[in-house]
Write a new protein. Structure first.
Length: 219
């Protein structure tokens, strides 16, 4: 049995590295670091992360940098509206409400912000956005490694999308996130091949506009 595991170990490592390298290179031409180079998009899709580090009141730097990037896109006229995506179902504090509140505090009108409270995974949100806004273009906002995976998913779903890279968090602080990303890149291929559906359909949980500050959607 041990011999069998040793035999398949190089193959498993090859698959892991190949998935990682392919996604990195497939997305490189549609990922932007300079806001002035980004085409204008109909929506900025801000991918979720918790506002605070788990079990603390310490601000999550991944979150902070994504909000900063989204606000910069708005101020430079690169997006017409936002979709904030995250867990707003049985999640306290609601990730989407936190993002909406912080965007509004930075000057983004509440009326141009949509909440996808059932964007529990990146793939879920991409599919749901494609279904809700099939003719729209999207500028995805997250860290580079997350944007790369999201762009591959968007292409598979036929979405016109590019990405603006938010600031990175150092490996010392964010190593757990980077480790999870390796597994997520493998899962991506399974989901695309199997045509995995979102956990919640648009009919069950719509992408709603202008939720109030307590998180109850006004639709």
């Amino acid at each position: 049995m041990l011999a069998g595991l040793l035999y398949f170990l190089p193959f498993g490592l090859f698959i892991l590295v190949a998935a990682d390298v392919y996604i990195t290179f497939a997305a490189r031409k549609r990922s932007y670091r300079r806001v002035d180079e980004i085409p204008q998009a109909d929506f900025g899709l801000v991918l979720d992360t918790a506002k605070y580090v788990e079990n603390t009141r310490m601000l999550n730097r991944y979150y902070h940098y994504r909000i900063e990037a989204a606000v910069e896109l708005w101020r430079r006229g690169k997006v017409k509206a936002f979709i904030v995506r995250g867990s707003g179902i049985n999640h306290c504090p609601s990730e989407t409400v936190c993002m909406q509140n912080d965007l509004c505090a930075a000057g983004v009108p509440e009326t141009v912000i949509w909440q996808d409270t059932a964007g529990l995974r990146t793939l879920d949100s991409i599919i749901r956005c494609a279904g809700r806004f099939p003719e729209s273009s999207f500028c995805i906002v997250s860290q580079p490694f997350h944007n790369q995976r999201a762009l591959v998913q968007a292409k598979a779903c036929g979405i016109e999308a590019w990405a603006y890279n938010a600031g990175m968090v150092g490996m010392k602080t964010g190593w757990k996130t980077h480790a999870r990303e390796r597994a997520a890149r493998l899962r991506l291929w399974y989901d695309l091949v199997m045509k995995t559906a979102p956990i919640y359909s648009l009919e069950a949980v719509p992408i709603a506009k202008a939720a109030n500050r307590k998180g109850f959607q006004t639709a």
